[in-house]
Design a protein around this ligand. Structure first.
Ligand code: 5GP
Length: 117
């Protein structure tokens, strides 16, 4: 496992060094809009703890991330009148990960509407 890099983009967002559109925050997690949304309301949920991905994160932090993801799912369904929700999580480059601070994508979905590429 490659070591956690504290200079990744999401660590900078957590430290307030890069702006974001914050959606939610609690003691263990932070949620903000994806800069290239694949559907309206596309939100990223991250732990405040340093964790590279699913292979690295403390289980209690992962549980906190998933609790927040559920909150965001409910809020996204209501705010966007969504028919469903897609969660995605990519770990390591081979798994499709591009930013190496764990994040869960929460994406409101509408019937018959494909995700943007
Ligand atoms: P993944 O690592 O899950 O493959 O993709 C990283 C996600 O982070 C992408 O959906 C991308 O649009 C998003 N992203 C990358 N850089 C930034 C940024 O600076 N701000 C925000 N809000 N999202 C970002």
């Amino acid at each position: 496992m490659t070591a956690y890099d504290p200079n990744n983009i999401f660590a900078k967002i957590l430290r307030g060094e890069i702006p974001c559109f914050k959606v939610f925050e609690d003691d263990r997690t932070f949620a903000f809009l994806d800069i290239m949304p694949r559907a309206p309301g596309h939100t990223l949920v991250i732990p405040k703890a340093a964790a590279r991905n699913i292979l690295d994160i403390d289980p209690d932090d992962l549980a906190a991330v998933m609790r927040t993801a559920q909150k965001i799912a409910h809020a996204g369904k209501a705010a966007f009148a969504a028919d469903g929700i897609t969660l995605m999580q990519f770990s390591e480059a081979a798994g499709g990960q591009e930013v190496f601070h764990l994040h869960v994508h929460v994406i409101p979905r509408h019937a018959g509407v494909a995700l943007k590429p």
